[in-house]
Every structure is written in structure tokens, then in C-alpha cells.
Design a protein around this ligand. Structure first.
Ligand SMILES: Nc1ncnc2c1ncn2[C@@H]1O[C@H](COP(=O)(O)OP(=O)(O)OP(=O)(O)O)[C@@H](O)[C@H]1O
Length: 131
């Protein structure tokens, strides 16, 4: 097995892991796009540094758990392509971690953006429903 020799080599391996995940995982591409849109919205709404930190943490956590999920799926598939109850548990638990991170992101998004978005929705509601 080849060991990482320099810090730069380790960094290159890590970046290739991100690129591999982006290339193979549609969900991860969606998470990155969502993260970009959320950061643009954060800038638009002028969030405080603490709010910005919470949003950045939430979107990063979703991306991190999705990548760990990919690592678990790949490892399980390397060990067995046959049905195995433990393989099912490993994959389901990894997918569950992504779900928890996504719920966390929804709650943080609600707490930070809802009151800011609500005033923008009223004119839309009036135009659509007349009240
Ligand atoms: N070898 C296996 N043995 C038992 N169950 C498995 C096995 N492989 C997959 N599963 C079950 O099928 C589900 C989907 O697994 P799969 O590897 O297709 O991931 P996926 O849904 O394609 O994930 P993603 O969309 O994140 O790539 C798993 O959560 C697990 O419940």
C-alpha cells in the first residue's frame, strides 16, 4: 500500500476524493449547488457573522455526511456485492447521518431565513390569491 509522503500529496488525495464524490454522486452536486445558493442568499440578506457561521456549518455538515456516506457505500461494495444484513445496516446508518444533517440544515435555515423571506412572500401571495 502506498503511504502519503508529503502534506501536499495528502492534500492532493483529499481533493481527488472531493472530485470523485462530485463526479459520481448526483446528491452531492445538488448539495453543492444548494450551498452556493444559500451562501448567495446569506449575502443578500446581510446575515450577522454568527448567523453566517451557523449557515456555513449546516451546509458543510450535509456535504461532509454525504461524502462519508459515499465512503461507507464504496467500502461496503468493495467487501460484498451480495445481500448482507450488516451491509444493509452500514449503508442505512450512513444514509441516516445525511438525513439528520439535512434536517439540521432545514431547522437552521428556517430559524435564520423565515422572517426575512416572509415579507417578500406577501406581495406574491397577494398577486396570486388577491389577499
Ligand atoms: N450489499 C447489500 N446488502 C444489503 N442491503 C444493501 C446492500 N447494498 C445496498 N443495500 C440496501 O440498499 C440501499 C441502497 O443502497 P445503495 O448502495 O444503492 O445506495 P444508494 O441508495 O444508491 O445511495 P446513494 O443514492 O447515496 O448513492 C441501502 O441503504 C441498503 O438498505
Amino acid at each position: 500500500m502506498k503511504k502519503a509522503r508529503t502534506l501536499l500529496e495528502s492534500f492532493v488525495y483529499a481533493v481527488s476524493g472531493v472530485l470523485y464524490s462530485l463526479k459520481t454522486q448526483r446528491n452531492l452536486r445538488i448539495h453543492f449547488l444548494t450551498a452556493f445558493l444559500v451562501m448567495a442568499a446569506s449575502r443578500y440578506f446581510g446575515l450577522s457573522p454568527l448567523e453566517l457561521a451557523a449557515v456555513f456549518f449546516a451546509v458543510s455538515l450535509v456535504i461532509i455526511t454525504e461524502m462519508i456516506n459515499t465512503a461507507v457505500e464504496t467500502t461496503v461494495d468493495m467487501i460484498t456485492e451480495r445481500y448482507h444484513p450488516l451491509a444493509r445496516i452500514a449503508k442505512n446508518v450512513a444514509a441516516g447521518a445525511v438525513l439528520v444533517a439535512a434536517l439540521n440544515a432545514v431547522v437552521i435555515g428556517y430559524l435564520i431565513f423565515f422572517d426575512r423571506i416572509r415579507p417578500l412572500l406577501f406581495p406574491l401571495q397577494k398577486a396570486l390569491f388577491g389577499r
